[in-house]
Design a protein around this ligand. Structure first.
Ligand code: FAD
Ligand code: DLZ
Length: 513
């Protein structure tokens, strides 16, 4: 072979991938590798492994149908070396390419490995930028340069202006950049969220499900109920289903939670976006078109576009700007082990039970469950960020370090000391009660902070504020809770902190062994 070896990773199943730019079907070969190391560097949820391997097999078939030569390594191939680097070396020896062309990966550890391929193979390696994002890494670094604070809101406004999304000339559509104040409604009892479209597994996916059940049966979650999109066509159908049936109320109920309602009005597109089956621009344009056609209100469409054009691009930029040191920080000096119930869902706290069992069953929880239930609990209970970050990377089908780490380490845990969030997202049971119906069926009483049946979130919240009062004394966004703390009678605070200490030492908080 004298052509190029073009490497496509499992979360790069996009026909517009930069590694495929200029591909010559007569000379080049595309290398795709199912490898043990990627399935086990953390023990991913079974549905995530099914998603990635099935998406890879479908994508390889699509490329082949277009006349592209594929070197496809299956997980159970006898000679499979088990790692990306091992397979690139094996392919280079066998095919003798004159170049290896790849797209930069989504995780630091893989980029480090990729940088060693040239020395290992003796073949020149070209690592191209990942052009599937709306902001390049250089563009983000340029925006961040010289800023004291890297606030998402300002990045987002620049992205709106740069892309023209929801813009009327130089002004934001409707006159405001952000309609979040309208987007904080709990779900009324008489509103039933529409059921999202399902994607039952085809023969290819079923074969992968059997493989995953055999090889990774001990991982968290089961492959059985898998119904995520695994092709670009299905991913587009999922996006269209969202735009047609849920987008119009996405804004209103974006922060709501409800017992037995796993998905509410959310889009369920992160698994597809992160695997490359959808592109962020097409999602934003589909939503903007719905607004311009009068099918969805501006608060919903702006809220949705902000998640993708703002948050998603921002966390990716931040990850690459701050790695590798970012994962090492522990600004709040949190050291408590992850309680066992994060893996079993076996807890009398109804909100945590709902979020965790749903996560186990579907490899999905929506943003507020991740941030204000499992994340908030981890924050106020002082759980070790390393253990919490690992949990989030394991349990969600959309989890890749570039997006998982800033959200967990920065947004949920404040372990980066405020690089990402201007204040910790700490809340008592009152927030969960306001935004959900979980407290109604809970063993604990959300109105109480002290006593055998008191909601643990209440004592933990005030204990958190008291523990970090000095650290946050100069943070204007923490002024309200700190004032609440100062106004609390010393005896009451003492009782609350004793309650928190007892809870943290109780059997409910037993760590995973
Ligand atoms: P919707 O609520 O319908 O939002 C639409 C899209 O916006 C999402 O598909 C996603 O692509 C994007 N988006 C929304 N919020 C964010 C955000 N904060 N960061 C990046 N993109 C965002 N998202 C992941 O894709 N992978 C993760 O591993 C991940 N880990 C998270 C961990 C924590 C602790 C928290 C608080 C959030 C995390 N998120 C993660 C962000 C968010 O929760 C998910 O993107 C969202 O729940 C996916 O469901 P959806 O497609 O229904 O999203
Ligand atoms: C997540 C994942 C899994 C489970 N398996 C594979 C695989 O076998 N082959 C592959 O190419 N990619 C896989 N992936 C996705 C990679 O982990 C992902 O490309 C890196 O984490 C970089 O984002």
């Amino acid at each position: 072979m004298s052509g190029a070896l073009r490497v496509v990773l499992g979360d790069q199943c996009s026909h517009s991938l930069s590694a495929l730019d200029g591909l010559d079907p007569a000379r080049d070969t595309v290398l795709m590798m199912e490898v043990q190391e990627e399935c086990t560097y953390v023990p991913h949820h079974a549905q995530k492994i099914v998603l990635v391997l099935s998406a890879m097999r479908h994508f390889a078939a699509e490329l082949e149908a277009r006349g592209v030569r594929i070197a496809y390594v299956r997980l159970d191939d006898a000679d499979n070396s088990g790692s990306f680097s091992g397979e690139v070396l094996r392919a280079a020896r066998r095919l003798k390419p004159d170049a290896i062309i790849s797209t930069e990966p989504g995780e630091w550890r893989v980029r480090e490995a990729m940088r060693g391929w040239e020395a290992a193979t003796g073949v020149p390696v070209e690592i191209r930028a990942d052009t599937r994002f709306l902001c390049s890494l250089d563009g983000f670094a340029g925006w961040a340069k010289g800023r004291k604070q890297l606030r998402m809101e300002f990045f987002y406004r620049e992205m709106r202006a740069r892309t023209g999304l929801l813009m009327e000339g130089d002004e934001p559509a409707g006159g405001a950049w952000n309609y979040d104040a309208k987007n904080r409604r709990p779900l009324p009892r008489d509103v039933a969220p529409p059921r999202p479209q399902r994607f039952p597994p085809d023969a290819v996916t079923r074969a992968v499900m059997a493989l995953v059940a055999t090889r990774f049966g001990a991982h968290f979650g089961a492959a059985e109920d898998f119904d995520w999109p695994v092709t670009a066509a299905d991913a587009r159908a999922a996006l269209d289903d969202f735009v047609a049936h849920r987008l119009s109320q996405f804004g209103d109920y974006q922060d709501a939670m409800a017992e037995g309602e796993a998905t509410l009005f959310h889009a369920l597109i992160s698994t597809s976006l992160n695997a490359g089956l959808l592109l962020p621009g097409e999602c934003c344009h589909a939503a903007e078109d719905a607004w311009r056609d009068g099918q969805a209100p501006l608060n919903a469409v702006e809220g949705f576009i902000r998640q993708i054009l703002g948050w998603r691009e921002y966390v990716r930029g931040l990850y690459w700007l701050k790695m590798p040191g970012y994962a090492q920080t522990n600004a709040l000096e949190a050291t408590r082990p992850l309680p066992e119930f994060y893996w079993t869902g076996d807890t009398p706290m109804a909100c945590l039970r709902a979020a965790i069992t749903q996560t186990r069953d579907r490899a999905y929880a929506h943003h507020i469950q991740r941030l204000m239930v499992t994340g908030n609990f981890a924050l106020i209970a002082g759980l070790d960020p390393v253990a919490v970050n690992a949990w989030y990377l394991v349990v969600y089908a959309d989890a890749y370090e570039w997006v998982e780490l800033p959200n967990t380490h920065g947004m949920a845990l404040f372990a980066d000391g405020g690089v990402m969030a201007s204040k910790p997202y700490a809340a008592s049971g009152a927030y969960i009660n306001r935004m959900s119906d979980h407290c109604r069926g809970c063993a604990f009483d959300v109105k109480k902070a002290v006593g055998a049946d008191a909601c643990p979130f209440n004592a933990l919240y005030w204990d958190f504020v008291a523990r970090h009062a000095e650290r946050f004394a100069k943070n204007p966004r923490m002024a309200m809770p700190l004032m609440g703390l100062r106004r609390m009678a010393p005896a009451k605070l003492r009782d609350i902190r004793a309650q928190a200490a007892a809870f943290l030492e109780s059997d409910l908080m037993k760590g995973y062994t």
